[in-house]
Design a binder for this molecule. Structure first.
Ligand code: PLP
Length: 454
């Protein structure tokens, strides 16, 4: 930053002109904003030159670190050719190459790629395709989607309609389409409150889904879920095998399975796709966040030939999929995504990641030595540390105490950028974080929790 006045001017303009997402702006206006100017690997650097470990991979997107030379080079090289041309009526080289690559690296059976710009739109595309597929199958009554409590699939109206987070979604309830919400496949609260094994819980949840399917067997268009871990709902881990058995149920009842890998995709769970842990090929797989390595907005919805073929027909039959965002298949974003995947392959990242994951998971156990840590949930390189007023009686901190926010502020003072999910502290660093950087992140987080909850 050139001088103090520039910094002050930016801070003032931020407050004068910007409306930040998911932010109570009155609180924002009362504080000095952190204004990021640069990135270096896992560090974010603000206009004052302060360095912060990016503990949330810039909202769960960053894979290989910021300002990565090879990703930068891929972007610049594409920029010298063309920044954007439309996929409506034309094609472009990176979009074609990336579609081929995505089909190659996703579970077998997913053969077609439909691009959009973000996680919410990737989900909208899957919902609309599933809905329209049934019309082409002469089953237009199949309009209902089964989704889970605490689910988060994005903020557009369709994605919210299959969401299950009360604080995010209740305000908009009357705007949303009808769907069927079933209880969430997570073990923490239930296993603590009701003394049950994960296996028993899994059976109970699956029974609920099957019961719902049997009651609405002719109306269900599809089931949508976040595989293995529900992110924004609080990093809630599903029991092992839940995804696989849910896929079996979807098949048994002849409905479609939409797997939202927006957060879990691109290595976050330790495999390229969460689906791979349980050998599942869904009817739709949605990916975004890590797809362009956290560089640019890009999303894709993959589906099967069977779904795709149902949309083929005469022009006049209107079987076309009437959907397409302006920047769909943007060449810059696709070029970066291709390089992202190339780095995974060149560097054997998924193999190397296993050591980091083991270390992460072991070190996280230390957090239980803090008296207000109720639960530490971890799946691959995604963790949630849930803070409780009294973990023994399972008494949460009151919402208005903003304990999660306070911890993140304390972490910032220690040089780590975090963002809470109410009272759950999320740790989701870029996958390429080194062991010593990871130790530093864990240490800063531990101290921040200790300071606030002491
Ligand atoms: N689906 C999941 C599982 C997510 O975690 C998110 C975002 O956090 C979304 C969808 C929405 O993605 P976006 O914010 O890019 O619209």
């Amino acid at each position: 930053m050139q001088n103090l006045r520039d910094r002050e001017k930016l801070a003032a303009w931020d407050k004068d002109y910007l409306w930040h997402p998911f932010t109570q702006m009155r609180d924002w206006l009362a504080e000095e904003p952190i204004i990021i100017e640069r990135g270096e690997g896992v560090y974010l650097i603000d206009v004052d030159g302060n360095r912060y470990l990016d503990g949330i991979a810039s909202m769960w997107t960053n894979v290989h670190g910021h300002n990565h030379p090879e990703l930068n080079a891929a972007l610049k090289s594409q920029l010298d050719k063309i920044a954007h041309s439309t996929l409506l009526g034309y094609s472009n080289i990176p979009a074609i190459q990336l579609a081929q690559k995505l089909v190659e690296i996703t579970p077998k059976g997913l053969d077609k790629v439909f691009y959009s710009d973000n996680g919410s739109t990737a989900v909208e595309v899957a919902l609309k395709m599933a809905f329209q597929y049934w019309q082409h199958q002469a089953q237009p009554q199949r309009k209902l989607f089964i989704h889970f409590d605490k689910a988060y699939h994005g903020d557009t109206v369709g994605a919210m309609s299959v969401g299950g987070i009360e604080s995010f979604h209740n305000t908009y309830n009357s705007l949303l389409f009808k769907s069927i919400r079933v209880s969430a496949p997570e073990t923490y609260r239930s296993s603590n409150v009701v003394d049950d094994s994960a296996e028993t819980l899994k059976t109970r949840w699956l029974d609920t889904v099957e019961q719902t399917l049997s009651e609405h067997s002719e109306q269900v268009a599809g089931i949508i879920l976040e595989p293995l871990v529900q992110g924004a709902g609080g990093m809630l881990i599903a029991p092992k095998g839940f995804l696989k058995e849910l896929a079996t149920l979807a098949k048994k009842w002849g409905t479609l399975l939409i797997v939202d890998e927006v957060m879990t995709g691109f290595g976050r769970t330790g495999k390229m796709w969460a689906c791979e842990h349980e050998n599942v090929t869904p009817d739709f797989l949605c990916t975004a966040k890590g797809l362009a390595a956290g560089y640019l907005p890009l999303a894709a919805t993959l589906t099967t030939d069977e779904i795709y073929n149902a949309f083929l027909g005469e022009y006049r039959d209107l079987k076309t999929f009437f959907h397409g965002h302006t920047f769909t298949g943007n060449p810059l974003a696709c070029a970066v995504a291709l390089e992202n995947i190339a780095i995974f392959e060149r560097e054997n990242l998924l193999d190397r990641l296993q050591t980091t994951i083991k270390h992460f998971q072991n070190q996280l156990q230390e957090f239980y030595t803090l008296p207000h840590v109720g639960d530490v949930r971890v799946c691959g390189m995604a963790a949630g540390i849930e803070l409780m007023k009294n973990p023994d009686t399972y008494t949460p901190y009151p919402f208005e105490e903003k304990v999660g926010i306070q911890v993140c502020k304390a972490a910032l003072a220690q040089g780590a950028v975090l963002r809470p999910l109410v009272n759950t502290i999320v740790l989701m660093p870029p996958l390429q974080i080194s062991i010593s950087e990871l130790n530093s992140l864990l240490d800063r987080t531990y101290r921040a929790i200790d300071t606030v909850t002491k």
